[in-house]
Design a protein around this ligand. Structure first.
Ligand SMILES: [Zn+2]
Length: 242
């Protein structure tokens, strides 16, 4: 059994992300992990020339031996996001403004979307005027951090089973219970975000019509060129005693 290693030094991780143009080398999924072409238990090191950025699904396929090493090396040299054939399928926004739609509200050039108790729950930035970089914290209803997207790196507690679905320009994260946790889609050069997030035990449903945080329903407003989007204070989480 091949054990994944997720502790590559940050310099290695960011160089892998850059050379992959901020997505999986195989399919362009913006969620990436560090994959080893020469298995980590053999090298016990992080030689960047023997590593590449893959999404969780392609990484699993690589671990299962679906791709010979020469294929992985070719993907590293010619990642999806660099391939001109896939220009229209990349997870990028090329327009002048970065527009994020959530629950009928619009965040224009406002990267920090939800700040709760001064904690950034969701922020989406653009790198090199094109590639989207996601920073999202996913908690469960017991206020446990169950997954983290950190500058597109997918860092997850393996005791939770996740279903990561990616079609061009559309990322859907589900827990194995089938609950959709997060849905991010690019349509007509704009980002549409839906899902069911949690913070401090509060459910934050983000639907096409509205979203609500801590009993406050938010709809139909626009924030433009702001340092921060929605900032809300909610009570500290208190575990329920059964
Ligand atoms: Zn992939």
């Amino acid at each position: 059994m091949y054990h994944r290693c997720r502790t590559a030094p940050s310099e290695v991780r960011f160089r892998l992300r850059r050379e992959a143009f901020f997505g999986c080398c195989k399919c362009g999924n913006p969620l990436i992990e560090n994959a080893h072409i020469i298995e980590y238990p053999i090298t016990k090191q992080f030689p960047i020339e023997d590593m590449l950025a893959l999404c969780p699904n392609c990484h699993t396929e690589a671990d299962l031996g679906y791709y010979p090493k020469f294929v992985l090396r070719d993907l590293k040299q010619n990642p999806f996001n660099k391939n001109k054939r896939y220009l229209q399928k990349r997870f990028v926004v090329t327009g002048e403004k970065l527009i994020i739609n959530t629950g009928s509200s619009r965040f224009i050039n406002t990267e920090r979307i939800f700040t709760i108790n001064d904690f950034d729950l969701v922020s989406i930035t653009r790198k090199e005027g094109l590639y989207l970089s996601l920073n999202i914290n996913l908690f469960d209803k017991y206020n446990r951090l169950i997954a983290l997207i950190y500058d597109n790196f997918w860092i997850v507690d393996r005791s939770y089973l996740w279903d990561v679905e990616y079609k061009p320009q559309h990322l859907i994260l589900r827990k194995k219970s089938r609950d959709i946790v997060l849905d991010i889609q690019i349509k007509n050069e704009e980002i549409f975000l839906r899902g069911n997030l949690y913070y401090n035990g509060f459910l934050i449903p983000i639907k096409p019509q509205n979203m609500s945080i801590g009993g406050v329903t938010i709809r139909n407003f626009t924030i433009e060129n702001a340092g921060g989007g929605i900032s809300i204070q909610v009570p500290q989480y208190r575990p329920r005693i059964y």
